[in-house]
Design a binder for this molecule. Sequence first.
Ligand code: ATP
Ligand code: MG
Length: 316
Amino acid sequence: MEQPCTHCGQTFRPSYVYQVATTDGERQHFCSLECRRAKLGVEGFRARRARRIAILNQKGGTGKTTTAVNLAAGVAERGYDVLLVDTDAQGNVGASLGIRGERSLYHVLVEGHAPADVAVPVRRSLDVITSDATLAAAEIWLARQEPGVRSRVLTQRLNQAQVTRRYSYVVLDCGPSLNLLNQNALTYADEVIIPVACDYLALIGVKQVMQTIRDIERHLSHSVRVSAVLPTFFDGRTRLSRESFSTLKDHFRQRCLDPIRHNTRLAEAPAHRKTIFEHAPDSHGASDYARVVDWITGQSATDAPAAQASSQAVAQ
Ligand SMILES: Nc1ncnc2c1ncn2[C@@H]1O[C@H](COP(=O)(O)OP(=O)(O)OP(=O)(O)O)[C@@H](O)[C@H]1O
Ligand SMILES: [Mg+2]
């Protein structure tokens, strides 16, 4: 049923947990996170609602998995509960952290297993749902579902209190393609971070992502925000890197974050089954990713971990 937004007055149909809040027994409706924040302030986010971030670029090898793993691990180290979901059949998240889940995202998507039963605790505050080659079968299974359903399966599976309330962040590592799994990831996510390698083809990949996001918005009436473009493999000694970075900066302005430098330590860490913060805490890679973690937690939709316990508002 359509409701007027308590903050801006626009009528909309509430579809997400965060769009309804009950404070002092009174029910309020918010058409967007911004309206909720404007009306309820920080208090309004003490009721947990995981922030859903997809790390996506259809182009291969741009640092998506490296970003997803280190971002998730860095945020978890700050005490937030994080669920990292690998939506790529290459299974690189599990390989990077040295785990192979007994069950994988396939079981969540196709067999309907509860995400909480499939997630593997890997570090303090960090759980992972791994993937492997079976995800190719999940893609085929998705393609056989009704058109209105096939892009929403991940959302249906993860939209459970076990996930939404338990975690402050859900981070999705996406594969380098335009497949149904990525459409599912975008349908679930509130926001996307696009890692872009500082090379000649950088902007082409970004344009493709922007087009995919527009398609999702048009077909599924779900709005996804590009919260950041993250330049990766930056080498300040090369003109190509400097030019790619400045093109991204001109294009995306404040949404273009400071670059992640090319750093061998980042490439080594997965072989040691470690995050960059464990493998080489004093490296450029660690300081660059720590900066991204600062940025994410600094503008977090949820409140600081300690404050979350004293929840006042109750999202329905
Ligand atoms: N800043 C960096 N400096 C040096 N090596 C890096 C950096 N970022 C990532 N790498 C390495 O580059 C390779 C590709 O990175 P990564 O796997 O994160 O890319 P991806 O976008 O996830 O790739 P795919 O599209 O195949 O999923 C990996 O071996 C990774 O360890
Ligand atoms: Mg990857």
